[in-house]
Design a protein around this ligand. Structure first.
Ligand code: PGA
Length: 250
């Protein structure tokens, strides 16, 4: 049984002060939630204090990226070791904003994955096609390339905590959600790709999240699909009440 995972990706939002205010109300709102995993991904500067404030709750912390090395001359980067010290459990990798705005390549994402796994952190690997790719009928091919490029060379044991997030680029921050059927089609294909790489049994255990304009109004329909095991939520995770509603979908 795959335990549902609902993650909030704050992107470049919220100061330390705003993070404290958010967590104060959020942890009360989700206090009774037990049958699903809740994850928050604040910006780097708020991770430590968020970890401190979430200690003793069921809410886990994610970082929005990580470098592959433990330390070194990599100005502007953050190492997995540093994240671990802040209480981080998960790391989002290969988000479409990293790929498309900051030019991260499949190879860089594979290396970051290696660093994250090496540090004992759990990767949330983001993949997804652009609108142009979808309209050209290339969605599955793009997903195949991204999954294979990121996961090649790892053993099943390396990937035991892997989470994949299917985030169609055209649905991110646009208010345009994929239909539950579109999400299911892509995500069942991703599970097939995983089965080809690491066997059917393992692929059945990997959680595949959907991301892209998830809101309280559409979460239940998305979650009703057999291969949608959770959500990666951007904009709608910035308000604690709204995000708590998504977390508590029926
Ligand atoms: P959105 O972002 O929910 O604001 O569309 C999702 C994401 O980028 O993870």
């Amino acid at each position: 049984m795959r335990r549902p995972l609902i993650a909030g990706n704050w992107k470049m939002h919220k100061t330390v002060r705003e993070t404290l205010e958010y967590i104060k109300s959020f942890r009360e709102l989700v206090r009774d939630v037990e049958d699903r995993e809740i994850v928050l991904a604040p910006p780097f500067t708020a991770l430590w204090i968020a970890g401190h404030e979430l200690a003793g709750t069921a809410v886990r912390l994610a970082a929005q990226n990580a470098h592959w090395a433990e330390s070194g001359a990599f100005t502007g980067e953050i190492s997995p070791l540093m994240l671990k010290e802040c209480g981080v459990t998960y790391v989002i990798l290969g988000h479409s904003e990293r790929r498309h705005i900051f030019g991260e390549t499949d190879e860089m994402i594979r290396k970051r994955l290696e660093g994250v796994i090496g540090a004992g952190l759990r990767p949330i690997l983001c993949i997804g096609e652009t609108l142009e790719e979808r309209e050209a009928g290339r969605t599955l091919e793009v997903l195949g390339r991204q999954v294979q490029a990121a996961l090649q060379g790892f053993t099943r044991e390396d990937l035991r905590d892997l989470v994949v997030a299917y985030e169609p680029v055209w649905a991110i921050g646009t208010g345009k959600t994929a239909t539950p059927e579109q999400a299911q089609e892509a995500q069942s294909y991703v599970r097939k790709l995983l089965a080809d790489l690491g066997g059917k049994e393992w692929a059945q255990e990997v959680r595949i999240l959907y991301g892209g304009s998830v809101k309280p109004e559409n979460i239940s329909d998305l979650m009703s699909q057999p291969d949608v095991d959770g959500a990666l939520v951007g904009g709608a995770s910035l308000n604690p009440e709204t995000f708590a509603k998504i977390v508590k979908y029926a």
